[in-house]
Design a protein around this ligand. Sequence first.
Ligand SMILES: Cc1ncc(COP(=O)(O)O)c(C=O)c1O
Length: 436
Amino acid sequence: MGRAPNGTGYELSAWTDIIPESEIRRLLRYNVKYYFAGGKPGILPLETFAKILEEIGAEQLEQINSSKKSAVLSCYNYGVTAGWPPLRELLAKRLINDGIPLPKNLKEAKDKVVITTGSQQALFILGDILIDPGDIIITTEPVYLGFVGPMMRFGARIITVPTDDKGAIPEYVNAAIEKAKKRFKKIPDMIYVIPDSDNPKGTTIPMNRRKALYEIAEKHKILLIEDAAYREIQFQQKLPPIKSLDKENKWVVHIRTSSKEAAVFRIGYTVLPDDILHDFLKSKGYIDLTSPIINQVLLKKYYEKYFDNVISIVVDGYRRRCNAMEAAIDASFPPGWRSYPSGGFFIWWESDNKSFNARQFLEKVALKNDLSYVPGEAFYPLPEFGYVFNPETNCIERLKKPKRNTMRLSFSFLNEKEISRGINKLGNILSQHLKS
Ligand SMILES: Cc1ncc(COP(=O)(O)O)c(C=O)c1O
C-alpha cells in the first residue's frame, strides 16, 4: 500500500514510498560553480544548430508559401509511435555502417529502429515490458543509476557482478546466472551492460569479453541490453558493438542516444529483436504516443550534413577535459583509486579510507564550497532489491550496503581551466577532511 499525502484521502502507489528520486535530477537543482554531477554535454556546436534552425525555418516558409503546408503541418503534429520515418532510415544507414546487422534495404531496416524520447525512455519501456516483481537482472557493480531506478520501480531483483578496469567480467556473469537459477529457481530475465566507456567508470569491454557476453546471453536465452550511450564519445578506436554478433536479431537490444553525441533533443534510438518490437511500441504508445517530430527533423539535418565533420572536434574536446580532470585528481586528491576512462563523460574515484562517506561530504562540505559530484552509492540498487555475486564464495549474497567511499565525477560540462580549478579545490578540501 502506498503513502497518503498529508490531508488527502487518497494514496500514492507503493513504489513512490520506496524508491528515491534520481540523484542526478536532485543534483540538477543545485546551481554550483564547479558542476561535476550529471553527464551534461558541454561541447555543443551551437552555431551549427542555429544554422539548421534557420534552414528549417526557410524551407518551411517556402513550403507554406507554395501551398505545401501539409509537410510542415506534420512536423508539428502527432507522428507514428516508432518515430519519424526519414530519421529512422538515416539512423538505420548509420547503424549498418557501425556494424549493426540490419536489412540492406533501408526501408526495411528503418522498421527495426525505434525513436524514443531519450534513451532513458527505452530503458523504462524495457522494464515495463520485461520485468514483473521478483524478476532477475544481472548487471555490473557499479551500475548506471538511471537503469537501476526504473528496474527497482518494476520490482526487479538486481544481481550485481564485480567489474575490473575492462568492465563486466563474463565468467562472473555466467556464474551469477547459474547461481541465480539454483537460488531463485528461475532464469534471469535480462543482462544489462554499457560496453563503450560505461557510466559511471568510463571503462570499455574488450572484444573477447563482448563475444563471451553474447555467447552467455545466447546459451542461457537471456536478453542482453547493450546501452551504447557513449559510443560516439570514444578516445580510442571503437570496437564492434555486441549487437554486431546478433546476426539473427534475437538476443541483443542496442540502445543509442543523441544526447551525448549531438545535444539533449530528447531523442534516443534503439534496435530491438523482432520478438519484442511490438510490445515495446505498445508500451511507448501508452507513455507518450509519439516523440516530438520537430526535434527529429533538426537531428536528421545534423546527422546528414554536419555530424561527421564535427564529431572528432567534439571528442577531442572531451578528451582534453578528461585529461585535465585526471591530472588534477592525481595532483590533489588524497590516497585512493580512480578509473582511466576510454571515452564517455565520467571518472570514478574511491577513497582508500573505507569510512569516508561521499554523500555526507557532498551535503555538508562540497555543495557549500560550490562543488558537486554524484555520490557513488547512487550507482547501487537499494538493499531491498540488491544482490551481489561474490566470486570468493561463488555465491549470491544480499547487498548489505553500497560502497559509500566512492564518487562519480563528470568532466563533460566545464572547460579545462574550470575543471582544473574545481578539482584542485575538491582535492584540497577532501585531503583536509580525511586528515582530520
Ligand atoms: C548509460 C546511459 N544510458 C542512458 C542515458 C539516458 O540518456 P538520454 O535519455 O538523454 O538519452 C544516460 C544519460 O546519462 C546514460 O549515461
